[in-house]
Design a protein around this ligand. Sequence first.
Ligand code: PMV
Length: 337
Amino acid sequence: MRAGGTGRATAVAYPNIALVKYWGKRDEELVLPVTGSLSMTLDIFPTTTRVAVCPDAAGDSVTVNERPVDGVTGERVRRFLELVRNLTGRRERAVVTSANRVPTGAGLASSAAGFAALAAAAAAAYGLPADGRALSRLARRGSGSACRSVFGGFVQWHAGRGRGRTGDLSSYAEPVVTAGTFDPVLVVAIVDTGPKKVASREAMRQTMRSSPLYRAWARTSGTDLDRMRDGLAQGDLATIGEIAEHNALGMHAAMLAARPAIRYLSAASLAVLDQVAGLRTDGVPAFATFDAGPNAAVLCRREDARQVANALTDIGDVQAVHLAGTGPGIAVGGGGQ
Ligand code: PMV
């Protein structure tokens, strides 16, 4: 193990929204998913994270948006730093300073951008040699969906095979080929900025353990993934959107069939689904997807984005809309910020 690294590094990462979802782990410790997934990296809500290795510090300190972070989130970051230290053979603690403008805990994947940026900054600061694939595997350990935010555009996370080291090495994300002309927009409709009712980790466990629909969803997801890749290669928005909406609703259906039921979708989420169906009837291709929360992301053509945003804003419960195009992968720099 080498001791090296710049001692300090800053990384910027963007959130991603899955069009074919990740829901369920076959290995909790290594964060190995049951199914592959595919996402679009956004060009809004970046997270910027600086890691500075401090030889004199007694413990790690973590600050997000200028506030000290303790509790569960602080513990997750510390455990992640411990993983990086174990991989490098170093013991020094670190100061982590992070800033984001993602509404946290509302199913908008703040953890994806957060752990992708942390992985890249910590690897550089501690001197862990990591190419894109290795960085993706590392980010995966912080939060599954973070492994996809390492790359820009459309990204597939391979479930990989097996457990242990075989599983770890085979489960990573990589960019997906798309038709050059394909340039869609995701209109993010915020209906609730509050924290999640159930953490996704626990909700996944509960779905796998008790939902009779989980296996069926996981099986269909494999087909969805193959068809989604074909749709992206052809730049076929209608196919891509139809699969994305179907896959997300199937995931939520599996959760609703869990015992007790996990219900992230709210009345406002269903109003978004109605509005999107209405747009399609009017000839505007628009398709909704939902993560572990009630907020929606609506996929549409760039030329329709304004009309879609206006239609969503018309829904009383929609508090804000944000237009997102495809964003870049992580960028790593020196220690300055
Ligand atoms: O990365 P996690 O553990 O927060 O899980 C995220 C799961 C979903 O956002 C619901 C789906 C996905 O593929 O991003």
